[in-house]
Design a protein around this ligand. Structure first.
Ligand SMILES: [Zn+2]
Ligand SMILES: [Zn+2]
Ligand SMILES: [Zn+2]
Length: 135
């Protein structure tokens, strides 16, 4: 009885230890927009921005999912980066090019507020429906 308890306690310790040592947060995102070259460009820029001297974040795409490495050490870091990447993937601008530029870069001269000013670079006259709805 006594030794059974001790074995049980040892097993519990071992399990706890393994959980703590193995604590990292692998980031995998599946998204239909991972085929968009402009969005991939933006994700690469985003990861370069959050990379530091100690950690360089990289990502790879396989089977319609992207994986970011190395794994995150905290849940907060994982969530922050995941939401940053989802913001990029969920930007449905119809005019986004392969460099990741969209309406807000193309049409930034003026914004007449829908009064048909006729300027070729006016945001409200030229931006796609998705970008206009986001405003
Ligand atoms: Zn747009
Ligand atoms: Zn203008
Ligand atoms: Zn206008």
């Amino acid at each position: 009885m006594h030794s059974d308890l001790r074995i049980g306690a040892l097993m519990l310790l071992r399990v706890c230890g393994r959980v703590q040592h193995g604590r990292n947060y692998v980031n995998k995102i599946s998204h239909p927009e991972l085929t968009h070259k402009g969005k991939i460009t933006l994700i690469k820029k985003y990861l370069a921005n959050i990379s530091g001297i100690k950690t360089t974040y990289e990502f790879s795409i396989a089977d319609g999912a992207c994986a970011i490495s190395p794994a995150f050490k905290t849940h907060d870091a994982h969530d922050r980066v995941e939401s940053g990447i989802l913001d990029i993937l969920n930007d449905m601008c119809e005019e986004m090019d392969n460099s990741g530029r969209g309406c807000s870069q193309f049409y930034n001269c003026c914004d007449c507020g829908g009064n048909q000013c006729g300027c070729a670079y006016c945001f409200s006259c030229r931006a796609c429906d998705h970008c206009l709805a986001d405003q």
